[in-house]
Design a binder for this molecule. Sequence first.
Ligand code: MN
Ligand code: MN
Length: 296
Amino acid sequence: MDDAVRAKYLKAGQIASKVRGQAADMLQEGNLLLDVAEFAESEIIKLGGKPAFPVNLAIDTIAAHYTPHSEDPLTFQAGQIVKLDLGVHVDGYIADTALTVEISTNKWKSLIDASADSLTAVLDALRPGIMVRDLGAMIEQIIRSRGFEPISNLSGHSLEQFNLHAGISVPNVSDTSADDLKPGMAVAIEPFATNGVGRVAGRKSGNIYKLLRMKELPDPELNEIVHEVHAEFNCLPFPERWVAKRFDKSDKKLKKLLRQGIVATYPILSEVKGGMVSQMEHTIVMTSEGAIITTK
Ligand code: MN
Ligand code: MN
């Protein structure tokens, strides 16, 4: 990784860290999820970045992939645990970070600590050449020692320019992966803990889409949507909200693009036995001297 690329990863991380703090302050009873997501995405742009994916606000048993709809009436309620997950890119170089906040109560501190403390332990252990399976084993051991389960079918991931999941996974449980973290790699690490069984599954759409391919379409308005989405997001995920600001009947038009295989949607991922879920995430850049946490 050359210095110019590293500087872009670091800038993305600084923006992500600042906006994560500001948005976390808005996670309060009665506030609209929509306002938090829109605020965070506009702040990212103001600070010189772009959203690498729509701001995710995953409540209680939802682990990931929910972003508010353009007309979303949902507000935060006392007793909820909220995962705020946001991504920033600078010229395609991504910072991905998340935290968990409990709204108005203090019932889930040990669950939130389980994901936070396992991430801290992994970050402390990072060195060039470390095996990702050893990181997974560490996360599993710490979360289990607190009486919870790690989510086994969600994992951290390597990052490349305009690519959120670049091929290497960092598991949240011990596994047999032969991958290690080499100097020059950028990686997001994200332990999830639950009082459920430790697996997630997806059903209906969470208002997040991505462009699968560029194609000239006979319908001029659908064609315009595809070109604008490509210009703005490349093939990174985008929200229904962004389309709704520029075109009417956004849901209907996105469904048409879905049926034609031009876009894909991300299903909302929920814990399969209805367990509550906590998450903590940072992005690191590995160097020959050790790891730099870009989103600290
Ligand atoms: Mn994330
Ligand atoms: Mn991630």
